[in-house]
Design a protein around this ligand. Structure first.
Ligand SMILES: [Zn+2]
Length: 311
């Protein structure tokens, strides 16, 4: 059997003459961040570890592919609901098989039509539901039991569902995350999944030939996915892009003196300072817009790296 590397969403849609046309669906800019806003329901927040497990999966996808999914952790007012993506823990939509553990339902809108036009569809939002009844979800970072009948790994399922949210469909290759069944613990993307995710991101950030929606902007992940081999650690920076100041956070055993160095993209040092806490606010208003690298050196000789963008 031929193995597919990845499968993109493509639906058929009747034109005004009733003829099915291919409807290309893509990601676009549906929020104020040039991407999509996600929110958690209270039911999900009440599942111990559920949000954290979801966010680990979210970071795996968006740091690897730059798909612009951002969490706005408040329940949106009703007029914003079409522009927000719900992450829910509860009953699955009616009609899905009882063996299904989670679903992701995108909503599309089409904005181009014409005699020979290909319909262009845009994802407006998606609705993701993790089944609450009868499942023992494992949400911790620790390895779940290998008995998939008694315990399911939430992060693995979230990772698979986020692939659907990024407009990937199932493949027939059992090694892939996007295989039609989530059969085992899998918290990483395979090369095929990554290729598919990057394809969808690239389509989403490309110019819209019909000018009916603005393209998505790539999400820039500040948590480097490359840990290197020198004990490099991550730095969390918010907001990013930054305007006047930013909040910085990194892993440290205790608060003490750290050296922070900020380099311009050409390697020139623009700031060097001592900070005393591993959570701090850095003033950055006097610097030119651009990309900068942040390095933190701890007393233990550990270097943490991050990237910031001054808007
Ligand atoms: Zn699936």
């Amino acid at each position: 059997m031929k193995k597919v590397r990845f499968a993109a969403y493509n639906t058929f849609y009747p034109d005004s003459g009733g003829v099915d046309k291919r409807k290309i669906v893509r990601l676009a800019d549906w929020n104020e961040n040039r991407g999509y806003n996600l929110y958690y329901t209270n039911e999900l927040k009440n599942l111990t570890g559920g949000v954290a497990a979801f966010e680990r999966a979210l970071n795996t996808w968006r740091c690897a592919t730059n798909i612009n999914f951002v969490v706005i952790d408040t329940t949106p007012p009703s007029y914003l609901l079409p522009f927000r993506c719900r992450i829910h823990y509860g009953a699955l939509p009616a009609g899905v098989p009882t063996s299904t553990k989670a679903t992701t339902t995108p909503t599309f809108d089409a904005c181009a039509n014409g005699p020979n036009a290909v319909f262009l569809g845009y994802m407006e939002n998606f609705d993701m539901v993790f089944k609450s009844s009868g499942i023992n979800w494992h949400t911790a970072t620790s390895m779940p039991t290998l008995n998939w009948n008694t315990e399911l790994d939430f992060e693995s399922f979230a990772l698979h569902e986020l692939g659907h949210a990024g407009l990937l469909r199932h493949t027939n290759n059992g090694d892939d995350l996007m295989y039609y069944r989530v059969e085992e613990y899998k918290r990483e993307l395979e090369a095929n999944d990554l290729e598919g995710g990057i394809y969808e991101k690239d389509l989403g950030i490309s110019n819209d030939p019909n000018n009916c929606t603005t393209p998505m902007s790539p999400y820039l992940c500040t948590n480097s996915t490359d840990e290197g081999d020198q004990g490099w650690k991550f730095i969390k920076v918010v907001p990013n892009p930054i305007s006047e100041q930013f909040y910085i956070e990194f892993e440290c055993e205790s608060n003490r003196d750290f050296q922070i160095t900020i380099l311009a993209i050409d390697g020139q040092m623009v700031l060097q300072n001592q900070i005393v806490r591993c959570r701090d606010v850095i003033d950055f208003k006097n610097f030119e817009p651009g990309v900068y690298i942040v390095k933190i050196l701890t007393n233990a000789g550990i270097v943490h790296y991050g990237k910031i963008i001054k808007g």
